[in-house]
Design a binder for this molecule. Structure first.
Ligand code: AMP
Length: 504
């Protein structure tokens, strides 16, 4: 994480004074009333720092992640700005870009909540919703357009949208946009909006690509940084659970043991792969746990339904991929479980940040097999502390011993014992997609996509300049939703977008 790199050209926000009430931030009575009705009494640090700056018309570079109250830090002052003036047909006045549909829908909800005392119009341009309805709203003129980048450009290319009236543009979760390959789209969108726009840019981390973007498109921004949950959340008790091998059956058995040993109100189980999300959710349900999956290949209405059930407390365990769960506003999650360490250490911080929010306590468990040693080391390096080992009863033949056996002596014997035992078991079926195969399939997909990208390069270079290696937007669009399939428009049956292996 190179937060400092992001400081280039950005002025730091003044040291935050002791946090006063919302009424000290320059917001008007109708907005303050909506805030009060939301039940908030004190602004969070990012709200206290960012709101006055946005109201002054300055660009903001916000280094913050979900759980810090950052959504309200831009929606509240935007409502204030929007209360003056009116929208014209096809020309939204403000634009908010979100990496996933769920996040976009969540921001739309917060506009409804905080803007209840204003007559503001909004449109949500996300995949899985018909173009027709969205076009009709755009034609009427909208104050706020909330969109995922791919869908926004689709509408633009169909001539249904002009971005030349955008006064305020928000880029939220920029580092996740980078992970999802959306940066070229964001650059293009920036270029379609007026140079004079106000830009509010949020990212949890500042990798070089994001720093470059902020240097190019933000004008003399004020940098507002709030600390990461990993360094501050004394409300989260994080532990690792040692599993004797990374064999999926062993991991699932260990997960069940941890779930049984925990007093869970509700929890999210994170997996690195969509295929694991499905397998784990099914396996848990088969073992009598109240669990359901959420990932980008699932039908949008099912995703929404599952989330609604989870939010309403009707579903106890959500099994999720990082992308699907990123930024979802689910207050009061009591537990986070990492089925395995995330591939990127940063994701660990995001994952465990789902619990321990707003002063509530939470527990985070991570299953760690001997082969996960490297990932664990990266996480501990990032968070700056060794993670405690949990004492969990009934783990599958677990070496509960000290950390020194992580990948060391005694491990092989344990693995062999487990292998023998699991081979003999009749319960879970053997995995169809072991890690290596899954990774190979991902590599193949990615190189195929790059090939296609190369084919279309000349066409794009004209529009975007010659220097960067970009993928075509079609392949990248709504990456979380899986690749598109010709002839099905937005309604691609899930089975058609599942990865398959070619016969050799
Ligand atoms: P966000 O980081 O925007 O996803 O917000 C995280 C959670 O904090 C959401 O559930 C918000 O409703 C809640 N929240 C935002 N601002 C405040 C506040 N000032 N006081 C209490 N809760 C808040």
């Amino acid at each position: 994480m190179t937060d400092d790199a992001g400081a280039a050209g950005a002025e730091a926000a003044p040291e935050s004074p002791p946090i006063a009430g919302f009424d000290a931030l320059g917001l008007s009575a109708p907005v303050l009333q909506a805030i009060e009705e939301s039940g908030y009494t004190t602004p969070t640090p990012i709200q206290a720092q960012a709101i006055p700056i946005v109201l002054q018309g300055r660009d903001v570079l916000g280094i913050a992640q979900t759980g810090t109250g950052k959504t309200a830090s831009f929606t509240l002052p935007m409502i204030e700005i929007l209360s003056r003036g009116r929208a014209k047909a096809r020309m939204p006045r403000t634009l908010i870009l979100e990496p996933t549909r769920e996040l976009a829908a969540q921001v739309a909800e917060s506009f409804d909540r905080y803007g209840k005392n204003h007559k503001l119009t909004k449109a949500l341009l996300i995949g899985g919703v018909s173009f027709g309805d969205q076009d009709a709203l755009l034609m009427q003129g909208v104050d706020v357009l909330i969109a995922t980048p791919g869908r926004l450009l689709d509408h633009f290319e169909r001539g249904k949208l002009l971005l030349s009236g955008v006064q305020v543009m928000v880029v939220d979760e920029a580092d996740r946009m980078l992970d999802m390959g959306f940066i070229p789209d964001i650059e293009r969108i920036f270029k379609l909006t007026p140079f004079t726009r106000q830009t509010l840019f949020f990212s949890a981390t500042m990798p070089p690509e994001i720093t470059r973007l902020t240097e190019q498109f933000l004008s003399n921004p004020v940098r507002v940084e709030v600390s990461r949950p990993a360094s501050t959340a004394s409300t989260i008790v994080a532990k690792i659970v040692k599993v004797p091998s990374g064999d999926p059956r062993t991991r699932r058995a260990a997960l069940r043991a941890v779930l049984q040993a925990s007093e869970i109100k509700n929890g999210i189980i994170f997996c690195n792969r969509k295929s694991d999300v499905d397998v784990v959710a099914k396996s848990l349900a088969r073992h009598g746990f109240d669990a359901a999956p959420i990932h980008g290949d699932l039908d949008q209405s099912l995703r929404t339904k599952t989330l609604d059930r989870f939010r309403a407390g009707e579903l106890k365990l959500l099994v999720a991929s990082d992308v699907a769960a990123r930024g979802l506003d689910i207050p009061a999650v009591s537990h986070v479980f990492n089925y395995e360490p995330p591939r990127h250490a940063d994701d660990y911080v995001h994952r465990i940040g789902r619990t321990g929010r707003a002063g509530r306590s939470g527990e985070a468990f991570m299953l760690v097999a001997p082969e996960d040693g490297k990932s664990l080391a990266a996480i501990e390096k990032l968070t700056g502390a060794a993670i405690e080992i949990a004492e969990v009863p009934d783990l599958p033949d677990q070496a509960l011993g000290d950390r020194s056996d992580r990948g060391g002596r005694g491990r092989r014997a344990e693995e062999l014992k487990t292998e023998r035992r699991t081979r003999g078991r009749s319960g879970d079926k053997p995995e169809r997609a072991p890690r290596e195969r899954e990774e190979k399939s991902e590599r193949d997909r990615s190189s195929r996509s790059q090939d296609r990208s190369a084919e279309r390069q000349p066409e794009r270079n004209q529009e975007r300049g010659p220097s960067r290696d970009r993928e075509p937007r079609r392949e990248r669009r709504d990456r979380d939703d899986g690749p598109g399939v010709m002839g099905f428009g937005e309604d691609v049956p899930a089975f058609l977008v599942n990865a398959t292996r070619k016969k050799d």
